[in-house]
Ligand binder design. Structure first.
Ligand code: SAH
Length: 257
């Protein structure tokens, strides 16, 4: 049907088709914004759920949890990276700097390596351990039980990875695999060591690690988000392991943003 001249004029005057197009693109944009928001909310929720699970179960249980559904591991790490992007400084970079300032011949074990950023950024030989391996360089295991030989490692790293309720068994494993005088480098979430907010007493934590057979070499509380606690393995075996009083480390739960 032919359009009458007056209707054409009217249409041109009001410019409806153009307005309709922009209105429909606005609707499309706002619904895709809405979907993005919902997706972000859902994945944030999944991250917080998996994070809480990891802080409230043993390493063994966490290993089985991810074995049942390895996709949860990727979900966890997407959320983890999102959280870390709000931290002014990443503790893993401090540890990378430490390694770069020491001999690259030191053999390293990265306990709870995540995406193995540490191994990818240093020249050292690094054994990277995590519950799931998404990279051929990462060995999947519960880090209380690594395949490393006793006294074979120079530096053991725990960067935000003392998550399980049995975290002391991870430190016992580090003690087993470290050579005498080997280094133990721990970076942990600061709030977990703030007794004023239900966190552990850092002195008690250090004392327990000393009783395991280490000497404290550094306590750095200067960063707002994390603490650095470094130790060196004593030469002689310490056999008081059974009587060690470990403080409880409270879970690090993230708030909804
Ligand atoms: N160190 C990395 C990742 C920290 S996230 C970094 O600083 O970027 C903590 C990691 O510890 C997670 O990937 C989690 O899967 C791992 N983890 C926690 N408990 C573990 C266990 N029992 N054995 C092995 N890895 C563990």
């Amino acid at each position: 049907m032919k359009e009458t001249k007056s209707r054409k004029r009217q249409r041109e005057k009001h410019g409806r088709p153009q307005n309709m197009a922009s209105a429909s693109s606005k609707i499309k944009k706002s619904s895709s914004d809405f979907l993005d928001k919902m997706r972000a909310r859902l994945s944030g929720g999944h991250f917080r759920m998996i994070n809480e699970k990891l802080y409230t179960c043993t390493g063994d249980e966490a290993l089985n949890y991810f074995k049942e559904d390895p996709s949860l591991f990727d979900m966890y790490h997407t959320g983890y990276q999102e959280q870390m992007s709000h931290w002014p400084e990443q503790p893993v970079n401090i540890i990378i700097q430490w390694l770069k300032a020491h001999s690259s011949s030191l053999v390293v074990a990265d306990f709870g390596c995540g995406d193995a950023r540490l191994a990818k950024n240093v020249k050292n030989k690094v054994f990277s351990f995590d519950l799931v391996s998404n990279d051929p360089s990462v060995i999947a295991c519960d880090m209380s039980n690594t395949p490393l030989d006793a006294s074979s490692i120079d530096v053991a790293v725990f960067c935000l990875s003392l998550m399980g309720t049995n975290f002391s068994s991870y430190l016992e494993e580090a003690h087993r695999v470290l050579k005498p005088s080997g280094r133990l480098l721990i970076a942990e979430v600061k709030s977990r060591f703030d007794p004023n907010t239900g966190g552990a007493d850092p002195k008690m934590f250090s004392k327990a690690i000393s009783d395991l057979g280490f000497t404290s070499t550094l306590k750095d509380f200067s960063n707002k988000m994390f603490v650095l606690l470094y130790f060196q393995k004593k030469g002689k075996e310490n056999s008081t392991r059974k009587g060690i009083e470990w403080p409880e480390l409270k879970p690090c739960l993230y708030k909804r943003r």
